[in-house]
Design a protein around this ligand. Structure first.
Ligand SMILES: *[C@@H]1O[C@H](CO)[C@@H](O)[C@H](O)[C@H]1NC(C)=O
Ligand SMILES: *[C@@H]1O[C@H](CO)[C@@H](O)[C@H](O)[C@H]1NC(C)=O
Ligand SMILES: *[C@@H]1O[C@H](CO)[C@@H](O)[C@H](O)[C@H]1NC(C)=O
Length: 391
């Protein structure tokens, strides 16, 4: 194995010297990357309309701060993936499952709200988790890769709706998924030890999908780790902890410890993938630290409220799992919409008890775009270059 891998390294090094074909080693003089497309895989943190297209629209007031109408996102406005697309000069991603008005010329979004990495053994109706797990998203991508090229050959409008064949090798493949594997296990009443015991299998299935995409020619990967879900109302409300299990920020310690464990394993997986996929440039982004920093130091970063949901109904966190944001409740025989309770969502971090506000997403994007929360620490625009320390 030793001699084989050094042969691979020598070979790839020669390739850099000769042509700087993907991936080039990053240096101060490296040119910015030109990603012609983004292919995204994930859950509600990056769903731009997948679940809405199939299982019913996320209704008002979702979307109100930016789109001024529901836009398939569980947010008052844009998500981190929207800011990333914009930052790379690309249009917002169409959801692969959305057959109306979609334009995939610069990528496709396979994420759906409630998606897990591992397929669940419960239906959406039973558990609230999406059947579009990462293995299904991979199947969709594979079909898209093959069929888009057959269809594009027909010319005309198809040429302006689908990516070029060569764009798949130059695209950025982005991932934000895993949180629901952990919360789904908790919601099945598993203990923290049982939730942890699932993590290796979850990570294995994640690695398989990244390797599969590499096998299809994908080279540039941008992987978000999972956030501190122990700071989110939908978890805190559903699984109450004793006071000594809560930290000073008001977050559940055992939940966040599991998230951190998952992230350590994810980071190890990235190190393994870099060895296994020699032509890949893989960026690991520490979203956890940023979200935790934002929640624990909300005021310092210009936010007023850190834990409570802006849009929701009742309880300690303005959150009720049976009466969610955009849902309807009957009060004294009158139907009323569960709407925005906070005056100014731009000062709140949590939107609906599960998801972050546009203002929080924008803040997070601004921290990650320069690369200081990434491993290797390369800016988004440099994510096609392989970092020397990983060579
Ligand atoms: C679903 O059930 C199968 C068969 O028992 C098991 O192998 C798998 O790990 C289960 N998946 C989850 C997410 O629990
Ligand atoms: C799809 O979007 C691209 C980029 O914005 C644009 O150039 C193209 O014309 C659009 N396709 C159609 C059919 O409108
Ligand atoms: C988990 O436990 C609660 C409380 O005992 C119970 O109401 C619920 O049905 C259980 N959920 C599952 C999926 O077993």
């Amino acid at each position: 194995m030793e001699s084989h891998s050094s042969a691979v390294i020598l070979f790839t090094f020669v390739v850099y010297l000769v042509s700087c074909s993907p991936p080039c080693l990053v240096s101060a003089t490296s040119p910015p990357c030109h990603f012609p497309a983004i292919f995204n895989f994930g859950d509600s943190n990056s769903d731009t309309g997948g679940l809405s297209a199939v299982f019913g629209q996320a209704g008002p007031p979702h979307g109100e701060s930016y789109f001024h109408h529901p836009a398939g996102r569980y947010c008052d406005g844009r998500l981190i993936i929207d800011f990333m697309a914009k930052g790379l000069g690309l249009p917002y991603l169409s959801a692969y499952l959305d057959s109306l008005g979609s334009n995939f010329s610069h990528g496709a979004n396979f994420a759906t709200a409630g998606s897990t990495i591992r397929p669940q053994n419960t239906t959406l109706r039973q558990s609230g988790f999406s059947p579009i797990s990462l293995d299904v998203q991979w199947n969709e991508f594979y079909a898209f890769h093959q069929r888009s090229q057959t269809i594009r050959k027909q010319g005309g409008v198809y040429k302006r709706l689908l990516p070029k064949a060569e764009d798949f090798g130059r695209a950025l493949y982005t991932f934000d998924i895993g949180q629901n594997d952990l919360t789904a296990a908790y919601f099945l009443n598993m203990t923290t030890a049982e939730v942890r015991a699932n993590v290796p299998d979850v990570i294995t299935q994640f690695k398989n999908v990244v390797s599969n995409i590499y096998g299809q020619g994908g080279r540039y990967f941008w992987i978000h780790n999972t956030g501190p879900f122990g700071c989110l109302p939908y978890v805190l409300d559903r699984i109450p902890l004793s006071p000594h299990e809560m930290d000073r920020a008001g977050c559940g310690i055992p939940f966040n410890e599991v998230a951190k464990y998952y992230n350590r394993e994810l980071k190890n997986a990235v190190v393994e993938l870099r060895k296994k996929l020699p032509l890949a440039a893989i960026t690991y982004v520490d979203i956890y630290s940023l979200k935790y920093r934002l929640i624990s130091q909300a005021r310092k970063h210009g936010f007023k409220e850190s834990l409570r949901a802006c849009c929701g109904h009742g309880g300690k966190y303005n959150y009720n799992k049976n009466i969610g944001c955009g849902g309807k409740i009957t009060v004294h025989g009158k139907e009323i919409l569960v709407g925005r309770a906070c005056k100014d969502p731009s000062k709140w971090i949590n939107w609906d008890g599960v998801h972050y506000t546009q203002a929080a997403n924008k803040w997070i994007f601004e921290q990650i775009v320069g690369g200081s929360f990434s491993d290797p620490p390369v800016p988004l625009k440099m994510a096609c270059h392989k970092h020397p320390t990983h060579h």
